[in-house]
Design a protein around this ligand. Sequence first.
Ligand SMILES: *[C@@H]1O[C@H](CO)[C@@H](O)[C@H](O)[C@H]1NC(C)=O
Ligand SMILES: *[C@@H]1O[C@H](CO)[C@@H](O)[C@H](O)[C@H]1NC(C)=O
Ligand SMILES: *[C@@H]1O[C@H](CO)[C@@H](O)[C@H](O)[C@H]1NC(C)=O
Ligand SMILES: *[C@@H]1O[C@H](CO)[C@@H](O)[C@H](O)[C@H]1NC(C)=O
Ligand SMILES: *[C@@H]1O[C@H](CO)[C@@H](O)[C@H](O)[C@H]1NC(C)=O
Ligand SMILES: *[C@@H]1O[C@H](CO)[C@@H](O)[C@H](O)[C@H]1NC(C)=O
Ligand SMILES: *[C@@H]1O[C@H](CO)[C@@H](O)[C@H](O)[C@H]1NC(C)=O
Length: 605
Amino acid sequence: MAPSAAAPSILLLLLFLALLHPAAAAAARHRHRFSASLHAASPNASEPPTTFFEVDRPIRPPRGGAVSGPCSTLLLSGTFGATYGRPPVTAAYTPPACLSGGGALALAVLEWSADCRGRQFDRIFGVWLSGAELLRSCTAEPRPNGILWSVSRDVTKYAALLGEPGEVAVYLGNLIDKTYTGVYHANLTLHLYFHAAPPPPPQQQQPADLIVPISRSLPLTDGQWFAIQNATDVQSKKLSIPSNTYRAVLEVFVSFHSDDEFWYTNPPNDYIQANNLSGVPGNGAFREVIARVDGEVVGAVWPFTVIYTGGVNPLLWRPITGIGSFNLPSYDIDITPFLGKLLDGKEHDFGFGVTNALDVWYIDANLHLWLDHKSDKTTGSLLSCDASGLDLNVNSEFTGLDGQFVTSARRHVSATGWVKSSYGEVTTTFHQRFSYENSNVFRKNGTVQIVNQTIDAKSGIFVKDTSSVLLSGESHQVFPLYLYTGTSEKVGDEYSLVSLVEFGINEKKTSGGKLGFFYSSLKNAQSARGTMRVKKNLVVSGLGKTHQVFKYVGTDGCYFRDVSSRNYTILFDRSDDSCSKGAYGGSSAKLKDQPARRKLLVKKL
Ligand SMILES: *[C@@H]1O[C@H](CO)[C@@H](O)[C@H](O)[C@H]1NC(C)=O
Ligand SMILES: *[C@@H]1O[C@H](CO)[C@@H](O)[C@H](O)[C@H]1NC(C)=O
Ligand SMILES: *[C@@H]1O[C@H](CO)[C@@H](O)[C@H](O)[C@H]1NC(C)=O
Ligand SMILES: *[C@@H]1O[C@H](CO)[C@@H](O)[C@H](O)[C@H]1NC(C)=O
Ligand SMILES: *[C@@H]1O[C@H](CO)[C@@H](O)[C@H](O)[C@H]1NC(C)=O
Ligand SMILES: *[C@@H]1O[C@H](CO)[C@@H](O)[C@H](O)[C@H]1NC(C)=O
Ligand SMILES: *[C@@H]1O[C@H](CO)[C@@H](O)[C@H](O)[C@H]1NC(C)=O
C-alpha cells in the first residue's frame, strides 16, 4: 500500500490500515495504525517540531528541609533505526561521583528525551539498569517536521542499584524502510537531588537494600522482558535471596501487544468461529497477570488499559498522549508473608503467566528486598494463604455479526506470615481484591463496537509486631473505560471512521503507622473523539480532539491540570499545584476530610 500521488495542494493524511481484512473489520476496526502523516515529500521548513507530552504530576524533591541538585549525568545516548531483533543499546553504568559525596539522596529522576522525524509506528521500549527495569514506555509517532518528547520517572526506590556499577540497556525495536523513515534519537539522563541538611524523618518506606531483577539476562536480541505468548505460557526465573531479608515486594511491569493490544475488545472464540472471522484475535475480553513463587499464586495484576500512541485513532494522541502510554504503570505485590519459604538460601522459582493470553505480553519484575543489617539470618513462616481461583463469567448472545458479550470476573488473594529479625517478630498480611465488568456490543452488522469496562483493584497491607501496629495501608484503583468505534457503510472505496474513548485512573491511597499518616487521591481522566474519512487507504480528512483532567490531592502536595487539544493544537491548558481551596473545584474539601479519615484509620488499627 504505497502512498499514492495524491493532490499535493491539500494537506492529506496518509493512513495505512494495517489490518483491513473485510470480514475481520468488525472486531479489528480500531486496530488501525497511523504510519504516515502530512504529505511527507515536502515538509514545511518553517513549521517547528511538535512537542508531545503525557499529563502527570511534576516530580519534585520531598517537602521539608533544603535540597541541593540536580546533579545530572548522561547515562546513554542512542540512535534507534533498524534495531528490531538486534541487541539492546547498552552503556556501562558508573555511580555518579555526587552519589558518594556524603549527602543523603532525596530524589532520583530518570529522564528519557527523544526526537524523531518522518513516518514511523509507535514502538514499545524498555530501560534496564543491571537487568532491573526502570522504565517501560511507548514512543510518540513522528511527523515530517519532527517531534520531541520527554518522560521522567521517579527512580528513588532503586537507590540500591544506582549506588553500584552496572550496565544500562535500552531495547526499542524499530524498523526502517522507504515508507517508515523515522529514526528515534534519545538521551537518557539521571538527575540526583540531595538533602542539604540532615534529612527530615522519612514519611514513606525507605528504598530497598537490594533489588533483584526477574528478567532475562543479556546478551539478547530483544528486550530483557519475558514474552508471554499464550494462556498456558509461564515464564520464570530461579533465584535465591539473602537469608537476612525481612521484607520483600515484587514490582511488576506489563505491556500487551499484537493480538492482545486491545484485549478488552476481543470477542469470545464462538463468535469468531460462527462468523468465520479467522485472523480476528479472540479468547474473550478478560486478562490478568498471575505471579507465582514455586508454582504458588502470590498475587495478581489486573492491568490498566494503556492505549499506545497509534491506538484506536492515532489523531487522538497528538500532542497529549494517552494515560500511561509514555510511562506505563508498574504494580506492587508484597510477598513478605511468603518469606519463610524463601529464607533457606536455595533457589526459588518466580514465574508469570497471563490468563487467556494471546501473543504477546511483555512482563518482568524487580524484587525489592529489605535486609536486616544487624543479623545475617532472619526466620519466618507463612501462617495462612488464601488464593481462591478466578471467578469468571461470560454471557454471549449474538446473531451473525451483531450481539453482546458481558464478562465479569473476581479474584481475591490474601496471605499472612511472620518474619523474625533484629527488629522483632513482625507479622504481615497482604491482600488483593479484584473485580471486573466488561460489556462488548456489536451493532450494524459488526461495524459498530462499544466497549464499557470497569476494573476495580483493591490491595492492603497490615504489619504488626507483638505489641503494636507498624503499618496499615490501603490502595484502591478503579480503571473505567468506554470505547466506541463505528465505521460507515462503504460507498465505493470510501468510508469514515468515528471513535470515542473515555478512560482513566481513579486512585485512593491511605496509610498510617510509625511513619505517620499518608493520604492521596488521584482522578485522571481522558475523553477523546475523532473522525477519519478514508479513501482507499488514504485519509482525506480527519480530526482528533482530546480533553484531560488530572486532579491529585495528597498529604504530599496537590496538582491540577485541565488541558485540551484538537488536531495538534492546544485549545487550553490550565494547571495549578497549590492545595488552596477553589483550585480543584471543591476537591480541597477532601483535604479537610483528613482528620475524619485519620480517625477512621486509627479505629481500624
Ligand atoms: C454483513 O457483513 C458481512 C461480512 O462483512 C457481509 O457478508 C454481509 O453481506 C453483511 N450483511 C449486511 C446485511 O450488510
Ligand atoms: C509553513 O508554516 C508556517 C508556520 O506555521 C505557516 O505560516 C505557513 O503558511 C506554512 N506554509 C505552507 C506552504 O503551508
Ligand atoms: C542529546 O544530547 C545531545 C548533547 O547534549 C544533544 O545535542 C541532543 O540534541 C540531545 N538529543 C535529544 C533527543 O535530546
Ligand atoms: C504456548 O507458548 C509456549 C511458549 O512459546 C509454547 O511452547 C507452547 O507450545 C504454546 N502452547 C500453545 C497451546 O500454543
Ligand atoms: C463459514 O464457513 C463455512 C465453511 O466454509 C460455511 O459453511 C459457513 O456458511 C460460513 N459461515 C458464515 C457465517 O459465513
Ligand atoms: C458503563 O457501565 C456502567 C456500569 O455498568 C454504567 O453505570 C455506565 O453508565 C456505562 N457507561 C456508558 C457510557 O454506557
Ligand atoms: C484537522 O486536520 C485535518 C487533517 O489535516 C483536516 O482535514 C481538518 O479539517 C482539521 N480540522 C480542524 C477543525 O482543524
